[in-house]
Design a protein. Sequence first.
Length: 568
Amino acid sequence: MTRPEKIRLGDLLIARGLLTDEQLKTSLDEQRRSGRKLGRIFVDSGYVTEEEISRALAGQLRIPFLDLKQFKPHPDLIRLLPEAPARRFRALILDETDGRLRVGFSDPTDLAAYDEVVRIVRRDIEQAVVTESQLLATIDRVYHRTEEISGLARELTAELGDVPIEFGELLGLAPGAEDAPVVKLLQTVFEEAMRTRASDIHIEPQERALRIRFRIDGVLHIQTEADAKVAAAVALRLKLMSGLDISEKRLPQDGRFHIKVRNNPVDVRLSTMPTQYGESVVMRLLNQNTGLLGLDRMNIPPHILDRLRNAIRRPSGMVLVTGPTGSGKTTTLYAALAELNSPEKKIITVEDPVEYRLPGINQVQVHEKIDLSFERVLRTALRQDPDVILVGEMRDQTTAEIGMRASITGHMVLSTLHTNDVISTPIRLLDMGVPRYMVALSLQMVLAQRLVRVLCENCAETRIPTPNEREWLHYELGDKVDEHVYRQGTGCTHCNGTGYQGRTGVYEILEMTNELVEAINHEDTGLFVQAARRQMAGRTLRRDAVHLVVQGRTTIDEAMRISNQFDD
């Protein structure tokens, strides 16, 4: 174990031709004025990059430089150095060889940091150099707060005990409420949900435990399990935050509230449901800082994007986006609204609930309890002289017919429908009782979509398809299956061990041409299906998913998973 030596960073960078004397003098003057670290001044001034500094230090000290994007730290070893000192000393335990820990430092010349890390871990260590930005990003990922959440849940259990609960204290109405275990527990849960990019939080009382799960990239993951005693306290606090009736536990309730998580405003939609062991609570998280995606950033293929833009810019007609819950339909419609939004157009939305807030658009929240229904709001909206109307969902025959009449009488109507694919959508409208002539006259285009998980680039590896996967790929690729390279994520700290990081869309489109309008007016729906298949020419959701597979952006398994939701 060799203690690091002190190095004059400016002289080192000059000697390696990375910095000039004038740049060093300017940076030293800035350091005297601001007290900032010299290396940070070099980087912020654009003289050198973090990686150039790290590689120079590694070369001078004869220790390795590691790119943390390509490195998988071991979770058990990481926790030998708690999160607080890891952040303070800019250090991270990476691996172990022959009983010696290898520790990555962003500043390997910091003698005090080196000595403190040795004192905390009580082991011999070897140094490696890492960039500070990569180190901090890795710390954010690897120090999961599962143990902290479990600890706070145990603290809440101990506080509740078997003594009757005082409602004022439990609900945070007493002095010092911000320090109450139930408040700290929920705060930590929300912070961890935002860190892991969770879209939903599920709080589910079981017979012997309270289970907390996060939905990340469309898939649920267990976050922690707590004592069943805390279930009522957590549900009660959330209902209070949402302005719900805290005395009503027998009926479902819906609400919403706004919170700030690490200075990020988050809109939370909450739903409660009575179950056998207590109230189940599900929260949808909408990060207001994330912003809406534009249509050109949604991975929509060019041949679909051009036709979609042309359709929504028409003065009248109906455009439907279809797919199951959680397939991104609302995001697509709002991206379309953002393109149409201008001072020259009056846009009204009828939603349940309003998910995104757009300036310049008149958004109406449906409220069935006071008879503010889709039907009533939609009829009123038509008297407000709109150019574009967004209807959250075509829920029934009445809503569909009002929307279609609006599109026939000179309005552009955007909406969603729960169908598996584009071909079944016009047929579904007929099944709902909408007259054939109305479907033929009003419907301009149908877009179907799904969301597939994207491979984590930090742990993706090539793999050979199984016989079952080869057979499935052969349906789209024919004899070219072996001409492509297929990849799978092994799981790492960057993707929380899932092998995936983020999601992207797959799409198919159907445009109501004269041929299709004539076919939908015929009693035999088989004629419409045949004509629609000819127009699509195999450009289906399944084919779009396979295209992502051969590009190396997702896995065969993920493409097969979303393809099981529909039939071609």
